[in-house]
Each structure stands twice: as structure tokens, then as C-alpha cells.
Ligand binder design. Structure first.
Ligand SMILES: *[C@@H]1O[C@H](CO)[C@@H](O)[C@H](O)[C@H]1NC(C)=O
Ligand SMILES: *[C@@H]1O[C@H](CO)[C@@H](O)[C@H](O)[C@H]1NC(C)=O
Length: 226
């Protein structure tokens, strides 16, 4: 968070502290919720067992007792559902997720889409942003990942394209992913419109990659392992 633009250093610090505090609180809450859920579950099972024993053993006449026990059992099942719902809500809290806030989790990795920042950057500045967050411009490793990214893009129509970690700046026409692998290493893709002054790849709808001028400003996406 050191030098993210548009944030004062103090503000960034406060954000970090608030984040950490909430997460500790959150983990505690999850712990308590899990304990409650486990207890409720055990109590519910015990009660069901007792009801079962009584119902099978009780003489025909004791209808009132049966009804009361059944009501208690239903009450207990309802509580169990409520606790489960609470547990689900608490664990869905983004502060407790494995990725930093505002990053998306997908298949064990964290993704950042700059669309929320309302800021466009040159390719090198986008790469620098990702580096600051210990990540890199996305390297798309298979078609499932491509589908995921395309899906995010369709949710944000204001993203006309995304800078990705693919460039031929070192040698014209030799497109390399950020990890040094050749463009065709992971999947069959082609960079269209290739030309001398277009050394950075942008990703568009339909999973197509276009060569663009690295000096253009645009949104970007970062990826990191957590
Ligand atoms: C990005 O490139 C521009 C010009 O090409 C340069 O002025 C700027 O310092 C570079 N920024 C970074 C973060 O490398
Ligand atoms: C990046 O990694 C370094 C070294 O592991 C760590 O000190 C720093 O806090 C990390 N920065 C972010 C934004 O996660």
C-alpha cells in the first residue's frame, strides 16, 4: 500500500490497521460461530435420538408428550439452520477471505481488476501497480482462466480492454508472457495487429489479444498466488 495513488500515507495506514483488526475480530467470530454450530448440531442429534426412543417406546395415549417433543425438535432444527446461515454469512466476509480486500479469489489465486479505481495507466505503470501488491500483470495459463477473465470483463462493460502481462518489447514479433514463456506456451492464442510500435498486448472480448501502443492508457488486471 506504500505509494498507491490517491491515498494519503496515513489513510493507507489506517486502512491496513482497520483491516487487520477486523480480521482478527472476524476470525474470533468464525471460531465462536463454529463452536455454536457444533454444539447445536450435537444437541439436535441428541434430542432427535431421545424423541425417537420416546416415540417408539411411549404408549399410544401420550399424544401431548409426543407433540411437545416434536415441537422442540422442530425448534432445534430451526436454530440449527439459523446458525448455519450465520456461519455462512460470517465466512463470506471478504476480510476473512484469502485474498486482499477488493481482490477476487479464483482457483487458488487472487485477481485484481482495476475497474473500481476509475484510473487508467500505461502498460508499464500497470505492471508497476501489480508489483507493488506483490503480484504481476495477468499471465493467462489456460482456457478456464481465460473464461473466468472474460466473464469478469462482461460484467464490466466499461472495460473495453485489459492490459495483460504479454509483450514483444524485447524483440519485435516475439511475444512473451510475464513469466518469460512464449505466447503459445499455455494455449493457442495469437496477437493481432502486430506492428513495430505496438509492443504491449491487450485482451478484449472474445478472448482476443491485440498488439497496442504501450503508451496508451487503460485498465489492467493483476494476479498473484495467495
Ligand atoms: C513508464 O514509461 C514512461 C514512458 O515510456 C516513463 O516516463 C515512466 O517513467 C515509466 N514508468 C514506470 C513506472 O516504469
Ligand atoms: C509484499 O511482500 C513483502 C515481502 O514478502 C512484504 O513485506 C510486503 O508487505 C508485501 N506487500 C503487500 C502489499 O502485500
Amino acid at each position: 500500500m506504500e505509494s498507491s495513488q490517491g491515498h494519503g500515507e496515513d489513510e493507507a495506514k489506517r486502512e491496513t490497521l482497520a483491516g487487520t483488526g477486523s480480521c482478527q475480530f472476524c476470525h474470533l467470530t468464525v471460531g465462536v460461530a463454529v463452536a455454536i454450530a457444533a454444539l447445536t448440531l450435537i444437541a439436535g442429534l441428541l434430542l432427535s435420538f431421545i424423541v425417537f426412543v420416546i416415540l417408539t417406546a411411549a404408549p399410544e395415549g401420550s399424544q401431548t408428550l409426543k407433540r411437545e417433543l416434536l415441537e422442540q425438535l422442530q425448534q432445534c432444527q430451526k436454530q440449527h439452520r439459523d446458525v448455519n446461515l450465520m456461519l455462512h454469512t460470517v465466512t463470506q466476509d471478504s476480510r476473512c477471505s484469502l485474498c486482499p480486500e477488493k481482490w477476487l479469489w479464483w482457483m487458488g489465486r487472487c485477481y485484481f481488476f482495476s475497474v473500481g479505481l476509475q484510473e487508467n495507466r500505461r502498460w508499464n505503470e500497470s505492471a508497476e501497480f501489480c508489483r507493488q501488491y506483490n503480484s504481476s500483470l495477468i499471465v493467462i495459463e489456460d482456457s478456464a482462466e481465460m473464461d473466468f477473465i472474460q466473464e469478469v470483463m462482461t460484467k464490466f462493460p466499461q472495460i473495453p480492454f485489459l492490459w495483460v502481462g504479454l509483450t514483444d518489447a524485447k524483440q519485435e514479433g516475439q511475444w512473451l508472457w510475464g513469466d518469460g514463456r512464449a505466447v503459445q506456451h499455455y494455449m493457442q492464442v495469437m496477437v493481432e495487429w502486430d506492428a513495430d510500435h505496438r509492443d504491449c498486448a491487450d485482451l478484449r472480448g472474445g478472448a482476443s489479444l491485440f498488439a497496442a501502443d504501450c503508451e496508451e492508457y487503460g485498465p489492467w488486471a493483476c494476479k498473484k498466488e495467495y
